[in-house]
Design a protein around this ligand. Structure first.
Ligand SMILES: [Zn+2]
Length: 242
């Protein structure tokens, strides 16, 4: 018979003067160090690999809710949220993902309803898409007022500002976009068809934009974060294929 004896030491002060201290809420054994007073998990779990992180994050952009991803990969939700925050912070700006504009480029505009926490807390997603490249050149999240429309206009990169724009009859466009280049059109003209189709793509792919589900953003911060994440990776995907 081979028997091994394992001596555990405090991970803070390296003292061996430690005692068992029950389990934490995940069921992992804990210790208490009598020298430095710390309470820690006895055998810490190995950190997740980069591949595991990337796989879990990719699942978030395939319609799965955060809770769903946490269940599939048996990971803690706050862990995934922490990765997500770091990932989105390191993403480039939307304007840095764009292909160069051409003189005859056309932008299609639309605003799409979503909400944060409760259905009566509407957050409209305003987007501008380049018809030629299908990239989202700018977005803004807010109410359906002129103020948010103005933020969309301000977010459009300088090299796309000259473009002819097509939007629906919502009055805010009329006040914000230049009369010489903006056109108000009905859906039946097909002038905003690509933009409307993209709204469907977003609703298919991002759990919190799917209609009639219980997945939704709990905060404006995460709503903005996940929207930007989807747009940047969508734009970058198009940059590679065109
Ligand atoms: Zn200690």
């Amino acid at each position: 018979m081979i028997q091994e004896t394992m001596t555990y030491v405090c991970r803070v002060c390296r003292s061996t003067n430690i005692v068992k201290n029950g389990t934490n809420h995940c069921g992992n054994a804990q210790y208490h160090c009598k020298d430095c007073g710390t309470y820690r998990v006895l055998i810490p779990k190995q950190a997740y690999s980069e591949t595991e992180q990337q796989t879990a994050l990719r699942a978030c952009l395939e319609r799965c809710s955060l809770r769903g991803v946490a269940r599939i990969f048996a990971m803690a939700r706050p862990t995934i949220v922490a990765w997500l925050k770091v990932h989105v912070q390191n993403l480039p700006d939307v304007k840095e993902t764009l292909l160069p504009a051409t003189p005859d480029d056309v932008l299609e505009l639309d605003e799409m309803w979503s909400f944060v926490r409760k259905k009566d807390q509407a957050r409209w997603l305003w987007t501008a898409m380049c018809r030629r490249t299908r990239q989202i050149v700018a977005f803004a999240i807010g109410d359906r007022s002129k103020a948010t429309c103005l933020r969309l206009w301000q977010a459009i990169p300088y090299e796309y500002k000259h473009c002819h724009t097509f939007g629906d009859f919502w009055h805010a466009y009329h006040y914000v976009f230049p009369a010489e280049t903006h056109h108000c059109v009905g859906k039946e003209t097909g002038e905003t068809a690509y933009m409307e189709r993209w709204n469907n793509t977003l609703r298919q792919r991002v759990g919190r934009y799917v209609r009639q589900t219980l997945s939704f953003s709990k905060s404006d911060e995460s709503h903005e974060m996940v929207t930007k994440w989807f747009i940047v990776q969508y734009n970058l995907g198009l940059s590679l294929t065109i």
